[in-house]
Design a protein around this ligand. Structure first.
Ligand code: NAD
Length: 232
């Protein structure tokens, strides 16, 4: 049976109340990316960056998974072959919906990272500037999220999955942030069937064999049901 690799972005969590990257009234819109999502911004003003991620952590903790997250968890449980979920999201809504194997390529709000020794631990709801690392004791705690200019996590593993996949789906992502935006090309090289599932066609939609538009809470459950019906 066919292997499936799914890439998700902020759009899959939009109907759970978490703002996407480019929402006009979202948290992201109230701050410049350079100030809150780069290592330079953190070095300049760690208090601002912690306040930004603390607010996002509180918001994400209150959010509930929606039918799109639940459908993907169901696909992972019932599809007779491997289903790999790769997410750009830093929330934990896939896991909250019951998904088991989720690759967080941009890290997670749930994690803290020592910028000096790379030790990772569970982030408290409120991280403070100068938070000491529990291992090396240096005051270098930061959110374990990948900022612009940093290398996303698990890239070798993700490209291995793309090389061996039969189906690739990109869900709720604008395809403007690399390297994730290039995954469709990797999957095509492997001969995979590709589908974009998004509110509207993204700028990169022409790279996909199929484009499904509409809100993720209706498009994703239908896509999953069609796949599972074929597998029965
Ligand atoms: P993006 O904001 O650039 O794009 C979101 C895409 O989702 C858009 O194409 C939009 O049309 C689509 N969309 C919006 N509502 C939708 C819905 N209801 N159903 C289906 N699609 C919908 O987000 P991105 O491509 O994920 O890249 C932005 C970066 O921002 C990521 O790296 C991510 O780490 C970060 N981010 C994460 C979260 C989160 O964890 N929930 C939220 C915002 C931003």
């Amino acid at each position: 049976m066919e292997k499936i690799v799914i890439l998700t972005g902020a759009g899959i969590s939009a109907e759970s109340g978490l703002g996407t990257f480019r929402d006009e009234d979202g948290l992201w819109a109230q701050h410049r990316i350079e100030d809150v999502a780069t290592p330079e911004g953190f070095a300049r003003n760690p208090e601002l960056v912690h306040a930004f991620y603390n607010a996002r952590r509180v918001q994400a903790a209150a959010a509930k998974p929606n039918p799109a997250h639940t459908a993907l968890a169901r696909l992972q449980r019932h599809w007779p072959s491997e289903v790999v979920i790769v997410t750009q999201n830093v929330d934990s809504l896939h896991e909250a919906a019951g998904a088991e194997r989720v690759i967080h390529m941009h890290g997670s709000l749930a994690g803290a990272l020592c910028a000096v020794c790379d030790h990772r631990w569970q982030a408290p709801t409120e991280m403070q500037s100068g938070q000491p690392c529990p291992v090396c004791q240096v005051a270098a705690g930061r959110p374990d999220v990948v900022w612009f200019g940093e290398m996303p996590y698990f890239m070798d593993e993700i490209f291995d999955h793309l090389d061996s996949t039969d189906i690739f789906a990109a869900i709720g992502t604008s395809g403007q942030v690399y390297p994730a935006a290039g995954f469709v090309q990797g999957a095509r090289r492997a001969g995979a069937a590709t589908v974009e599932i998004n509110l509207d066609p993204s700028d990169g939609a022409s790279a996909f064999d199929q484009v499904v538009t509409g809100p993720a809470t209706s498009t994703v459950p239908s896509w999953v049901e069609n796949l599972l019906a074929k597998a029965r």
